[in-house]
Design a binder for this molecule. Structure first.
Ligand SMILES: [Mg+2]
Ligand SMILES: [Zn+2]
Length: 206
């Protein structure tokens, strides 16, 4: 059976959420309120990021040093090997940032196509959203519309994630592996879901 995997990045591939880590490290007072508005879907990802970046006290070098401390799931490389052997396509869909994914992937030698918001450093940080979907109006990178576009002729669409930006694409997958907020959401909505802690659980299940 031809499968395609769509993976969240923050808190799914990485052990911690890099957006949260950056904000918690670099943003001044007021970010929590902005984040809560985003969680309640009162503001979009783009608005949330623009407001939060204004509170940042950091430059590109500070970000780079911080991201060097970020580790990936201990079984992620093994998972990628398995996908390669089975001929399954793998894509990373993130409502986080290209710059951060690139830093982490380069350090681990990971080559997987990813779709994310752009993080631009020019007179402070800014966000750009090349994968915005005007019909959605919430996500910076609209994962559901990317899934539709990228799934090709796969017979099974598998989604792996943990957070708020994963709830919509999880509803459109054939199989969901989830933890955290996403796992609770799937249970509440009656979406068939398999709980995972690390990619080892996913490898075992496959
Ligand atoms: Mg996440
Ligand atoms: Zn969306």
């Amino acid at each position: 059976m031809k499968r395609v995997f769509f993976l969240d990045f923050d808190g799914t591939i990485t052990k911690i959420d890099t957006c949260f880590l950056m904000v918690n490290t670099f943003a001044g007072d007021g970010w929590k309120e902005i984040d809560e508005q985003w969680e309640r879907k009162e503001i979009t990802t783009e608005e949330c990021a623009s407001l939060t970046f204004k509170l940042f006290r950091a430059d590109l070098d500070d970000v780079r040093k911080l991201i060097e401390t970020v580790e990936i799931d201990d079984y992620f490389m093994e998972f990628l090997d398995l996908c390669r052997k089975q001929g399954d396509d793998v894509y990373v869909l993130s409502d986080g940032y290209d710059l951060i994914i690139d830093m982490v992937f380069k350090r681990y030698g990971i080559e997987v196509p990813y779709y994310a918001n752009r993080m631009i450093y020019e007179d402070g940080f800014q966000i750009a959203c090349p994968y915005l979907n005007p019909d959605c109006g919430q996500c910076g990178t609209c994962k559901s519309s990317l899934m539709k576009r990228l799934k090709g002729d796969a017979e099974q669409v598998v989604y792996v994630g943990d957070g708020y930006s994963d709830t919509c694409p999880a509803e459109k997958a054939d199989l969901v592996f989830a933890k955290g907020v996403l796992y609770r959401y799937c249970l509440e909505k009656g979406i068939p879901v398999v709980c995972f802690e690390t990619f080892r659980d996913i490898i075992k299940h496959l």
